[in-house]
Design a protein. Structure first.
Length: 181
């Protein structure tokens, strides 16, 4: 009886693994792997805001709450991490200079002008050469309204590869984890 139960359990595990493998699409490198969640503005955690004087924009950095809870100092981000970089224009004075709030930060104009994403999943990154591979990260770009932009992402790969290979290929999230966790 015990053998029958063990055999039935093993068969069930094998069928579950097979069904999971069949429902999971095979990985092919590219931005199509990333979907911008419709509820990201309500659900994700904003962990940093950066004024970009050279572009007169404000960059808002978000992460999915599961990864926010799991990140630890000195550790790579867990699989399933989705980072979102949402840009707004800075409000400008008549001379074209960004207006500042009482804390000395840029004042944002309403609405997003561009959204960039960086997502990490097990096995992602395979298929890229060493001049581009960023561990298990992929990148995607979206308009301010969330529509996918089909633009080259080589600059994302290049910048993250050159500047942050030792910090899990990310900037502000790695820095946040070191300072806060």
């Amino acid at each position: 009886m015990q053998r029958t139960m063990l055999a039935a359990g093993a068969a069930l595990l094998a069928l579950t693994a097979l069904a999971t493998a069949q429902t999971r699409p095979s990985y092919a490198p590219g931005p199509q792997n990333i979907t911008l969640p419709a509820d990201w503005q309500q659900r994700f955690v904003r962990y940093a805001t950066v004024d970009k004087a050279d572009r007169k924009i404000i960059r808002h950095m978000y992460v999915n709450p599961e990864s926010f809870a799991a990140i630890r100092s000195g550790q790579p981000a867990p699989h399933g991490t989705l980072l979102i970089m949402a840009d707004t224009r800075a409000r400008l004075d008549p001379q074209g200079n960004p207006l500042l709030d009482t804390a000395g930060r840029f004042i944002p104009e309403p609405g997003w002008i561009a959204i960039g994403t960086q997502q990490k999943e097990a096995g992602w990154g395979e298929g890229y050469g060493p001049e581009q591979r960023n561990g298990e990260w992929e990148y995607a770009a979206f308009t301010g309204s969330g529509e996918r932009r089909n633009i080259p992402l080589n600059s994302c790969f290049g910048c993250h590869l050159q500047a942050r290979a030792g910090q899990d290929f990310n900037f502000t999230y790695w820095d946040y984890a070191q300072a806060r966790r």
